[in-house]
Design a protein around this ligand. Sequence first.
Ligand code: GLU
Length: 304
Amino acid sequence: MDYQKIIKEVSREVDPLKCKGIVADYIPELAKVPKDKFGIYMLTLDQEEYCTGDCHEKFSIQSISKVFMLALAVSKGKESVYKRVGVEPSGDPFNSLVQLEYEKGIPRNPFINAGALVITDILLSQYKDARAEFLNYLNRLVGQEDLKYNRKIAASEKACGYKNAAMVNLMKSFGNIENDVDEVLDLYFDFCSVDMTCHELAKAFRVFANHGTGVIDEEQYLTESQYKRITAIMQTCGFYDEAGEFAFQVGLPGKSGVGGGIAAILPNEYSIVVWSPGLNEKGNSLAGMKALELFTTKTETSIF
Ligand code: GLU
């Protein structure tokens, strides 16, 4: 299969969508990112790599970090994590407060904001220095040492993070947050602020394509059961209230972020990351989602 040719073809075919959509402007720093950026990076488990466009440019990974947060939390805390956060799709926007109130402060899943805030709280309790631990974990997954939090992005989100603040407070009132709410929020904003390239994210996601074992270092980051569960949650909850549509169009487990990135995997085969900052009305990258749909259709690779 000529993946490189197909990736270039896909990139050309989504040209008309590249400047469409809306950049996430509720985080002021993200509103500054040029909408015409576009990159794809694909890595197979046999070390083959294919790419195009701005795939070596850093962007804000935002909610894609929720997958790494969950992975780190379950690898240390085991299954007790799932007592405090559910595993059902929410069908509501990622920052909705409605469900949280009538479900008594237990978020539907770890990939909506409320769920990731609980995971952040769990990490704060699990580690002496969760901030350093998370970055170290991410660096190990990628195989480098220079990934950092983007202070400007984190501060920009903090300045307007009213809904996230409301969620932590609501969950604290139900007894589902152990630590100080400001500490949880600050750490969550840092986790979301990491800048990575499509290439770096594809390297990090390869561990999920490889059943939880590092491709280069062969370290077992997740047990088979932890891997199975995280991948299942990616499939059912990874794309806001558009997870069904993503499964229907693309057919790969993955996670998107409001920075315009989408990271996805085909178990046993490859990881693929697309970045295009213009978002559709659900918060998923418009050109990115179309590109992945074309890619899985042309290559006839999906989990189905
Ligand atoms: N930091 C963002 C927020 O909490 C992440 C949202 C996203 O990428 O889905 O709103």
